[in-house]
Structures are given as structure tokens and as C-alpha cells.
Design a protein around this ligand. Structure first.
Ligand code: SAH
Ligand code: SF4
Ligand code: F3S
Length: 457
């Protein structure tokens, strides 16, 4: 099981989306079973690993900066290894071999099974990127972070090739875990006392296996005892079938929140992005979801300054925020990514203008989110408690059924409890509860508040 005198302590830092966070939990499990332990401080570690993201230029810049810092620890002690994992490793595979010879391992998202061996072998930079093996890690058990929620990757890769997006390159072709493998993971996290599962995939609702679709997976998961809340991210708008919408509407354990990435509300821009829907088709899907699921919360992703986006195109996205009244939105400046089709399109929006458009979207969405949150004041919500809030002292935090962060008085509450509370105040990001009207027990280890990440990166 264990390595033969090789490095023993691993420092692992994660960047990017929730799937990368889940991959780090998988890596943690693989390494622990091979005898490694975790180090919280790079100064104490024998192996320094960064699990990286390539989605936008600034994501990569952060990692490059961090690598520079970690080199200090590698140079300070002989034998310390430095490794690059994840989407940047995979996306820049060839260039990295030339330009970063000081990297001891370069391992893409499909190579984690081999990580212990690669770290133990001596020699030149060791690289494992192969994306052609249909790897799903279906048989490997991740070390899930403590807390009442578990993230479970149910499909990997992406076949959609939106023109702006790098993901299909580093993560390879779409593949689903078999039904039984997913259910085994759900049962195992339920047995460990967790109450909530979040299914993950870049187009998670494209999951299909054993003749079943994603709606069937949700229904089968709802039968697992102990699991009370089921969520998923990120679905693609075009993969919302009637059967899936029915499952969300009919299964009480499937929570009333969906992330429905729009990207742009202008049809010419959507076509240039190859998003596979028009703004009207998106409207129709949103309408069907909202009609089927009362009280549904919806979030989205939008990109400002895609090549060719005119002021009128941009205005459509801005106006769509009012029309759709999303609960929140992840808003990005377009970032050209090497190897994507859009990287060959002439950039027509300069950085300053991208910044202005992004700011306008953020300001508008902040107002909408604040209005939506204020409308909840004096309503009752059910909160699954996650752990102590940083502020105010004595409070805990958790999520409502529709995925709002709620801060509530913590007395008598522990992680895993479900509390019914009345909302007393709101900001654009948080709901604050005045008193707990009822609660229900069993408890788990608490995650730190700053471990909690939003979906997706
Ligand atoms: N699979 C998800 C998206 C994953 S990436 C989907 O299809 O919706 C998360 C978000 O990052 C995307 O929704 C998009 O809004 C943003 N994004 C991806 N590539 C980008 C780029 N090149 N520039 C700016 N934003 C980008
Ligand atoms: Fe990227 Fe999502 Fe499009 Fe796949 S569906 S290419 S992950 S934006
Ligand atoms: Fe980034 Fe890879 Fe996720 S590029 S957003 S870590 S799939």
C-alpha cells in the first residue's frame, strides 16, 4: 500500500471550479491510501501540488504567481517535489515540458490514478495527461471534506465545444459514471452522516448511463435513506428534458435551485459562441422550469465583451438581467483562450470597454439580488447548518433550500441540523435570521466558513 521511502507529506492547493475541488478530494483519497499524509503548510511538505484551472487568463496568472512562491520551498530542501495538476497541466502539456523543466510532475485531470507512482519514480519531469482512456474514477473513493454536504462528480469531460471555452481540451470527451457507481457513492456519504449531495459535471444534465437519463438519476438518488437534499451543477440549458424538469418538480429532495448559464442574451453572439440555443429558447426553458417548480431560485453566467459583441448586443444581456430576475450571477470579462475557436476571432472590445460592461452587469445584478433577498424578509426558510459563521460571534451559517447563505443564531445548533428560521434582514449576498423557530438534530464535523465555495468558480 505505501510508498517505498518516498515523500510522505503533501501540500495540495486547489483552483478553479467545483469539479476541481472534487478532484482534489479524489487525489486526497488516492494519496492517503498510498501512505501520504496532508500538510497544511508548504514549509512542512515533501510534495507541493497545485490543482489548476485554465478557464480564463487571470486563473492561470494566479497559478503562475503561486508556483513562483512555492519554488522557494522546493529550493530550500533537497528532494521536495513540485507538481502541476488539473486543467492548466493538461492544456499546456507540451509547452510546460519545455518551459518548466523544474516541475517534477505534470498530471492532467485523467491521470490521478497514477499520481502515487509518478511521485515515487525518479527521473525527468513525469507527465500523465492521456485523455483517451475514458477515465471516470468510478471505483475510487474521495476524501470528502467534513460537513453535511458531499460533492459527487457524475460525469467528466465536455463535448459541446462552445467557441470561447477551453474545457473540452484539458478535460477530454464526455463520459458518465455508471448508475450503480454514483448510487454507491451517495450511499457511502449518507452512511457517513451527510445530508446533501451535489452532482457535478460540466454538462451535468447530459449524464446518461444504463439506458437512463439525469432525471432518472435524481429519482433514484432520492430513494437513498439519509440524503435529504439533492443539487447539481452545471446543467446546460439545451439538456433540460421534460423528464428532468418533472423529476426536479416532483421529487421533494431535489432542491429548488438551478444554475442556468446564459453567456449572452444576443442571438448573433450566442450563435458565434455556438451555445446551441437562442435567447428565446433560453427564455422558454427558464419559463418551463419556473412554472414547474414554485419558488425556484435561478443563477446564471454571463460573458462581457465577446468578439463582435456590439453595444446593442451587450444591452440585451443587461436588459435580460431585469427580465429574468436571476437570484445571482457569475459575471466575467471575455478572455481569449489559446486553442479555442474564438481565439481566432478578431477582438473588437478593448479591455477598458470590457471592464465597463462587466461593471454595469455587476451593478445591475447587485440591485436585483438585493431586491430578491429583501423580499424574503419576514418569510420562513429551512436551513441546513454547515458551521460557525465568521460574524456575528455565536452565529452559524448554512444554506436555505434555494441555496441562499443564511446566518442564524447558533445556540443549540450543530452542522447537519436543519433549522426553521424567520428572515429578519438581507444583503445582496446573505440572509440574516433573527430566531430559530424549530430545529432538528444529528451533528457532524464543521467546515470552516472560508472553505465554502460558490458554484462554479
Ligand atoms: N460548463 C459550464 C461552464 C463552465 S465554465 C456551462 O456550459 O455553462 C464557467 C463559466 O466560465 C462559463 O459559464 C463562462 O461564463 C465562463 N467562461 C468560460 N470560458 C470563458 C472565457 N474564455 N472568457 C470568459 N469567461 C469564460
Ligand atoms: Fe465549456 Fe460548458 Fe461549453 Fe462545455 S458546455 S464547452 S464546459 S462552456
Ligand atoms: Fe477551470 Fe478546468 Fe474547472 S478549466 S473551470 S478547473 S474544468
Amino acid at each position: 500500500m505505501s510508498s517505498s521511502g518516498g515523500p510522505r507529506r503533501v501540500f495540495l492547493e486547489t483552483y478553479g471550479c467545483q469539479m476541481n475541488v472534487a478532484d482534489s478530494e479524489l487525489i486526497g483519497g488516492v494519496l492517503r491510501r498510498h501512505g501520504w499524509t496532508r500538510a497544511d503548510d508548504p514549509a512542512d511538505a515533501d510534495v507541493l501540488l497545485l490543482n489548476t484551472c485554465a478557464i480564463r487568463e487571470n486563473a492561470e496568472e494566479r497559478v503562475v504567481g503561486r508556483l513562483g512562491e512555492l519554488m522557494r520551498f522546493k529550493n530550500a530542501r533537497p528532494g521536495v517535489q513540485l507538481g502541476l495538476l488539473g486543467c492548466m497541466a493538461s492544456h499546456h502539456r507540451e509547452a510546460l515540458l519545455d518551459r518548466a523543466p523544474w516541475l517534477d510532475v505534470i498530471v492532467g485531470p485523467d491521470g490521478y490514478r497514477d499520481l502515487p507512482r509518478l511521485l515515487e519514480e525518479a527521473g525527468d519531469p513525469r507527465i500523465e495527461i492521456r485523455l483517451d482512456r475514458g477515465e471516470t474514477y468510478a471505483d475510487l473513493v474521495p476524501d470528502h471534506a467534513p460537513g453535511p454536504r458531499a460533492w459527487i462528480t457524475v460525469m467528466r469531460g465536455c463535448d459541446r465545444f462552445c467557441t470561447f471555452c477551453v474545457v473540452p481540451d484539458p478535460r477530454g470527451r464526455e463520459r458518465s459514471l455508471p448508475l450503480e457507481a454514483v448510487l454507491a457513492q451517495v450511499e457511502s456519504v449518507a452512511e457517513s452522516g451527510r445530508r446533501e449531495v451535489v452532482f457535478l459535471g460540466q454538462t451535468v444534465n447530459a449524464w446518461r448511463a444504463d439506458g437512463l437519463g439525469f432525471g432518472d438519476l435524481l429519482r433514484r438518488t432520492a430513494r437513498v435513506e439519509g440524503i435529504e437534499r439533492i443539487r447539481f451543477t452545471s446543467p446546460h440549458p439545451s439538456d433540460f428534458t421534460e423528464a428532468l424538469i418533472a423529476a426536479i418538480a416532483e421529487e421533494p429532495k431535489v432542491m429548488p435551485y438551478v444554475h442556468l448559464p446564459l453567456q449572452s442574451a444576443s442571438d448573433p453572439v450566442l450563435a458565434a459562441m455556438r451555445r446551441d440555443y437562442t435567447s428565446d429558447q433560453y427564455r422558454a426553458i427558464l419559463g418551463r422550469l419556473r412554472a414547474a417548480v414554485p419558488g425556484l431560485a435561478v443563477s446564471t453566467d454571463l460573458i462581457a465583451g465577446f468578439p463582435g459583441e456590439t453595444e446593442a448586443d451587450f444591452q440585451r444581456s443587461l436588459d435580460f438581467l431585469d427580465e429574468a430576475a436571476f437570484d445571482f450571477a457569475y459575471l466575467f470579462k471575455y478572455s481569449a483562450r489559446e486553442g479555442t475557436r474564438a481565439a481566432r476571432f478578431a477582438e473588437t472590445v478593448d479591455e477598458a470597454e470590457k471592464g465597463r460592461r462587466l461593471r454595469a452587469l455587476i451593478d445591475r445584478q447587485e440591485e436585483i439580488s438585493l431586491d430578491k433577498h429583501r423580499a424574503r424578509i419576514s418569510q420562513e426558510v429551512r436551513v441546513l447548518v454547515e458551521g460557525p459563521a465568521r460574524r456575528p460571534v455565536g452565529c452559524v451559517f448554512g444554506k436555505s433550500e434555494d441555496f441562499k447563505t443564511v446566518i442564524l443564531p447558533g445556540e443549540g445548533l450543530a452542522p447537519g441540523d436543519v433549522a426553521r428560521v424567520r428572515i429578519a434582514a438581507a444583503t445582496s449576498h446573505t440572509l440574516l435570521a433573527a430566531g430559530v423557530t424549530s430545529r432538528r438534530a444529528p451533528s457532524l464535523g464543521a467546515p470552516e466558513a472560508d472553505e465554502i465555495r460558490h458554484l462554479p468558480a
